[in-house]
Design a protein around this ligand. Structure first.
Ligand code: ATP
Length: 160
């Protein structure tokens, strides 16, 4: 189904506003086209990223949406505790949580980012993290407007 990323982000922001008073700013540049995607999964993906951004920071969270060349990019940026450089490659592993005492105050299973990654992969996209300890984290997702043609993906498949 055609999914408008700006609309999904607005909806996710509204949902977070129902449960807390944290500020989430949306910056959308014109040119981001609708993508052919599973709307519920894209919403789930954004919930995971915004939830993390809020959990690991106490400041405002910014969401940037941009589009070009048949792709839409969404970046969720926080000014929180950050992720140590050598841990970044591990946070997409199931149940992995950065071993940092400050994190232990926040609950979590370590499943959010692995789920986010599988949703992105199902949509032929990319997900990556830029982070600086003590400065903040930006998680970016780039999705094609049209997924590559090919055999239908098995949804619900579990990879080990
Ligand atoms: P849950 O998925 O149940 O919310 P979680 O947040 O621990 O738990 P993931 O979303 O998979 O799980 O994240 C894995 C780990 O990566 C987190 O435990 C945290 O250490 C780190 N992390 C993720 N996002 C951020 C962020 N925005 N800032 C700092 N650390 C982060």
């Amino acid at each position: 189904e055609p999914v408008n990323m700006v609309e999904v982000c607005q909806q996710v922001i509204a949902r977070f506003h129902l449960i807390n008073e944290r500020t989430i700013r949306l910056h959308a540049s014109p040119g981001a086209k609708d993508i052919e995607a599973d709307r519920n999964k894209i919403e789930q993906l954004l919930i995971i990223l915004v939830d993390n951004a809020q959990k690991y920071s106490s400041q405002v969270v910014d969401i940037f949406i941009s589009g070009k060349d048949g792709e839409v990019t969404v970046a969720v940026k926080d000014q929180g505790i950050g992720i140590p450089q050598h841990e970044i490659k591990h946070v997409f592993e199931r149940f992995y949580r950065v071993d940092n005492s400050r994190h232990r105050k926040t609950g979590g299973t370590g499943l959010g980012l692995p789920i986010a990654k599988s949703i992105v992969q199902e949509h032929d996209g990319l997900i990556w993290i830029e982070s600086e300890e003590g400065e903040g984290t930006t998680v970016s997702v780039r999705l094609p407007v049209r997924p590559a043609p090919g055999p239908a993906k098995k949804s619900g498949e579990i990879r080990c």
